[in-house]
Ligand binder design. Structure first.
Ligand code: SF4
Ligand code: SF4
Length: 277
């Protein structure tokens, strides 16, 4: 598969994601000669011609829908794909695995092809799909949701066994564990605007599990989150409206502590810049 054409996809995704825009510099250096002799627009048009699966538009490639056989398929760790609950590639820093490794984001050797969420190629076009992310997925790509198949299987076993007591002391009054995690949130939040003016749609939210929701401190310690990033300074956060110390999120279900974090985290400035562009 032509390296130059994969570069194109990454460029598009990065253009929508301020967090990893710096990678674009690396791409220029490692890219083809064409990058120096043609405009970006010309280059990108050409590169895609040769790479998209036959009859698939750029938009379809990035956002789906994927072919029918993938739409509700099981991933290689047996997670069922739900086409109504997928993350956009820019939201998960989707990019080539090599680039993610060079940028210090990915562990060497990790890529979609060995990720728990990957749904391998079913029609011989070289692309698969993902149980969590929209569009066509190259096994040599990567995103921040990457998880080993072994870990996913161990987690599935743990969930089956159940956990569930450590919330007792901190749930808002009258709110059950289930409501805290899955909602519904109080009426004041249900269709509220986030702090970057994104409207919450209660029918299109991710579960906390899907976005690796956790305490921000833990996410920093594990190398997932940048120091200082948490729900409280995320574009999607809807701050506390009733004095219970919890807010909500325009993308994720349930009550949200401003000191938590998830992989969708985005700075308010980046989100506002995206809205303007
Ligand atoms: S790395 Fe990301 S995009 Fe790739 S298969 Fe895993 S979850 Fe999906
Ligand atoms: S970090 Fe995740 S859960 Fe927290 S506000 Fe942002 S998108 Fe929502």
């Amino acid at each position: 598969m032509a390296h130059s054409s994969r570069t194109r996809r990454r460029f598009l995704q990065l253009a929508g994601s301020g967090t990893v825009l710096s990678l674009a510099g690396c791409l220029g250096g490692g890219g083809s000669q064409e990058t120096e002799t043609t405009t970006t627009e010309e280059m990108t048009e050409e590169e895609h011609e040769e790479e998209l699966p036959e009859g698939v538009s750029e938009e379809e490639f990035e956002r789906g829908p994927v072919p029918e056989e993938y739409r509700t398929a099981l991933s290689q760790a047996n997670e069922e794909r739900d086409p109504d609950r997928l993350l956009a590639k820019p939201d998960v820093q989707f990019q080539e695995a090599d680039a993610a490794f060079e940028a210090g984001l990915a562990v060497e050797g990790t890529n979609c092809g060995n990720c728990a969420e990957y749904i391998p190629d079913k029609n011989g076009d070289g692309f698969g799909a993902c149980a969590k992310v929209e569009g066509y997925v190259d096994p040599e790509d990567w995103c921040v949701l990457w998880e080993s198949i072994e870990e996913a299987e161990a987690e599935a076993e743990q969930t089956a066994e159940g956990d569930g007591e450590d919330h007792e002391e901190e749930l808002p009054e009258g709110v059950s564990e289930e409501e805290f995690e899955r909602g519904p949130v109080p009426e004041a939040y249900r269709t509220a605007l986030s702090q970057a003016n994104e409207e919450r749609d209660p029918d299109r939210l991710f579960t906390k599990e899907e976005v690796q929701f956790q305490e921000a401190d833990d996410a920093v310690a594990a190398g997932f989150a940048d120091e200082g990033s948490d729900c409280g300074n995320c574009a999607e956060y809807i701050p506390d409206k009733n004095g219970d110390g919890f807010g909500a999120c325009a993308k994720v279900e349930g009550y949200i502590d401003p000191e938590d974090w998830c992989v969708v985290w985005e700075s308010i400035e980046d989100a506002e810049a995206e809205q303007e562009s």
